[in-house]
Design a protein around this ligand. Structure first.
Ligand code: KG4
Ligand code: ZN
Length: 354
């Protein structure tokens, strides 16, 4: 059995985990910086980097301790080295290099997006989950990324972007809408909660973005601006009216994500669907995607909410896959802001010409 220590510091979670190559999670420590960023309504890169620096050593020690293993008993050290905030990534990468050097263990650089797409393979104690089957269509929706992939296998070269957001990520749109409604950060969980008591279209209406039939591209900044304009024109004056804005916004977003994912599965003729990333915690997205997949005879693999948001267990698992394929990294491993998965959608500039 291969056992890997994973380290994650690409955004606002300092995380470390120990995972076996079969996906069994031995420990999974996530230290969130939400409280530090909340007053600013979003992640402040400089604050994130400094906070990672304070947290990284205790978090790694806790992950090893909870797994009941010493560094000498670990087979490899995996770390997110792209994409993310450069100062934040640097902390995890340097920590991983130091540990790998000191323990004479191989270092494995992992792309954060590959980690998210492989996250449904994690197996947690007490949670029975069906393991995904390749090929699958993967909808990755988080605070920094939103895209649909065709995944033919667990390696980055086997993951192909079918369409991505042209502008904001979905989670970013949730966070911005929450901020303009004065609901705080992060916005996803609070909008999810309020949407349950609101009624879509009752006292507020919106039109779906990028609804063109064929496109697998996404766009959320126009939708966010539409919410901002309408709220400025007619501020919601009761809790019920605020809940209606949340419910309407969430309904439009979820409908768009479900429609595009189903379209991708059909177009690619793939019967398996995975959703991943922080927004995959959204209760309406989970429910609607499950219903749409069932209706069309598609199999949906839904990771546990803890697996959807940023964590190091998915990085350790992706690292174990690479390590077993002999894909280790040198000590020149550098943090990078962009993913290694080739893009087909150009941010802000429409589809890439072949
Ligand atoms: O994957 P993640 O933890 O970090 C990134 O890689 O970005 O995703 C964080 C994002 C935030 O924008 C947060 O608002 C969103 O996921 N999120 C949700 C929910 N829970 C978290 N969005 C919608 N509904 C939720 N229940
Ligand atoms: Zn993420």
């Amino acid at each position: 059995m291969t056992t890997v220590l994973g380290i994650e510091s690409s955004c606002d979670e300092t995380a470390a985990a120990v995972v076996q190559h079969d996906g069994v999670v031995l420990s999974d420590v996530v230290r969130s910086q939400i409280a530090a960023h909340a007053p600013f309504g979003g992640v402040v890169p400089e604050l994130a980097a400094r906070d990672h620096l304070r947290a990284i050593v205790p978090v790694v020690l806790q992950a090893l301790g909870e797994a009941g293993l010493r560094l000498a008993e670990i087979d490899a050290i995996a770390v997110t080295h792209r994409p993310g905030l450069i100062g934040a990534l640097l902390v995890g990468v340097q920590a991983a290099k130091g540990l790998a050097w000191a323990s004479n263990r191989p270092l494995v650089g992992v792309d954060h997006l590959v980690g998210h797409l492989l996250s449904p393979f994690l197996q947690r104690a007490g949670v029975v989950s069906e393991l995904p089957v390749f090929p699958f269509v993967g909808l990755l929706v988080s605070g920094g990324h939103s895209a649909i992939y065709r995944c033919e296998g667990p390696e980055a070269e086997q993951m192909h972007e079918l369409g991505a957001t042209r502008d904001d990520a979905v989670g970013e749109a949730f966070d911005k809408v929450s901020k303009l409604l004065g609901l705080g950060y992060p916005g996803g969980p609070v909008i999810d909660r309020l949407a349950r008591v609101g009624v879509p279209g009752r006292s507020f209406s919106l039109t779906a973005p990028m609804a063109q039939r064929d496109s697998l591209e996404l766009s959320f900044s126009g939708l966010k601006s539409a919410v901002a304009r309408k709220v400025a024109d007619q501020p919601p004056e009761s809790d019920e009216a605020v809940a209606d804005v949340c419910a309407t916004f969430q309904r439009v977003v979820v409908d768009t994500l479900v429609t595009k994912t189903i379209r991708a599965a059909r177009r690619e003729n793939i019967p398996n669907v995975v959703i991943a990333g922080g927004v995959a915690c959204n209760s309406e997205l989970r429910r609607s995607m499950a219903a749409a997949c069932e209706q069309r005879g598609l199999r949906l693999f839904l990771p546990a909410p803890r697996t959807c948001t940023d964590n190091a267990a998915m990085i350790a698992y992706a690292g174990a896959v690479k390590f077993r394929l002999g894909q280790t990294s040198g000590f020149d491993l550098a943090p990078l802001t962009h993913t290694e998965l080739p893009r087909v959608t150009r941010k802000g500039r429409g589809p890439r010409k072949p």
